[in-house]
Design a protein around this ligand. Structure first.
Ligand code: ATP
Ligand code: MG
Length: 289
């Protein structure tokens, strides 16, 4: 009896203690492999599951999140510094209670800014982050020195590739670049635009083996998303494919992938693998430059 009461108390205290906000960066080696579509629809699937998600568009190229959502934004991160607006004014509401911050050339500058601005940005971001379960960063293609700080601070890095050999080798090169600077970052692999499931899983297996063989690094296989014409149709309509039609091959695969990701979480996994919070790490990395 006593043991049961004890375990019940423990469970309740866990429920009361809010889990850490998890930060995830979505990267690729090669451009145009589907990062923005993945980030947006993964974020939406998490939102639909009841999580509070803040999606960051760190990309200055094509296919910006606000365009994919059909909600162009005029305020950019630059206004945060130049007009000292609060971060709340930057955060837009998308469908399904999803929050997002639109991209813009200013966003990449954060990482080359002076300390005072960095500090202001981090304080602003931290002040809202407690409201969120997930912070998702849609990074541009390739890895540059100025984004490395963010990549080294997040809890998980999702790496997207297509089954094309050039995309696979670029994904490997990107992971190698990060791994050589920080060994304990968990990588999750996603193959997008697979013609068949077999092709997708074979690509996952090969990339995982190459990482193990040449870098001694174990990476996770997160899943495979199919080639589906529904994606370009949804993009043309400026609607996330999940909302365009939730029954297409791509939407079903996305829901399955997200549910598998959520099911893999074990209580307190963050506390075991990467104990400090995202902000503590990012602040340290940025202020120690
Ligand atoms: N699963 C898919 N099936 C079919 N087409 C796809 C799929 N995923 C992406 N695409 C196509 O690829 C295009 C580029 O996708 P997206 O903008 O998401 O890539 P990205 O990696 O973010 O690109 P960038 O490197 O420029 O940021 C989409 O507009 C769409 O036409
Ligand atoms: Mg993109």
């Amino acid at each position: 009896m006593r043991d049961q009461a004890e375990s019940l108390r423990l469970q309740l205290s866990r429920l009361n203690k809010k889990a850490l906000t998890k930060a995830i960066a979505i990267i690729s080696g090669k451009g145009g492999v589907g990062k923005s579509n993945f980030s947006l629809n993964f974020a939406l699937t998490l939102s639909k599951r009841g999580f509070h998600v803040l999606l960051f568009d760190m990309d200055i190229g094509m296919g910006n999140i606000d365009i994919l959502l059909g909600q162009s934004s005029h305020t950019t991160i630059v206004d945060l510094f130049e007009r000292r607006i609060s971060i709340q004014e930057l955060i837009k509401k998308g469908p399904s209670n999803l929050s997002f911050i639109a991209g813009g050339t200013g966003l990449t500058k954060i990482f080359t800014m002076d300390q005072e601005k960095v500090d202001y940005f981090l304080t602003q971001l931290q002040s809202v982050s407690e409201q969120y379960d997930y912070l998702i960063f849609d990074m541009g293609a390739g890895i540059s020195e100025d984004r490395l700080h963010l990549l080294m601070a997040v809890h998980e890095v999702f790496v997207i590739t297509t089954p094309e050999p050039t995309s696979i080798t670029d994904a490997y090169a990107a992971m190698k670049y990060i791994h050589l600077r920080k060994k304990d970052i968990p990588f999750y692999l996603i193959v997008n635009r697979a013609q068949t499931n077999q092709e997708g899983y074979e690509t996952l297996r090969r990339l995982k083996n190459v990482m193990r063989q040449f870098l001694g690094k174990e990476v996770m296989k997160l899943g495979v998303l199919p080639e589906d014409r529904a994606v370009s149709k949804a993009v043309a309509r400026q609607t996330p494919f999940l909302l365009f039609d939730s029954t297409t091959k791509i939407s079903r695969a996305m829901i399955e992938l997200t549910d598998r990701y959520l099911a893999d979480r074990t209580v307190g996994d963050l506390n075991v693998s990467r104990p400090t919070s995202f902000f503590a790490r990012l602040r340290q990395l940025l202020l120690e430059r």
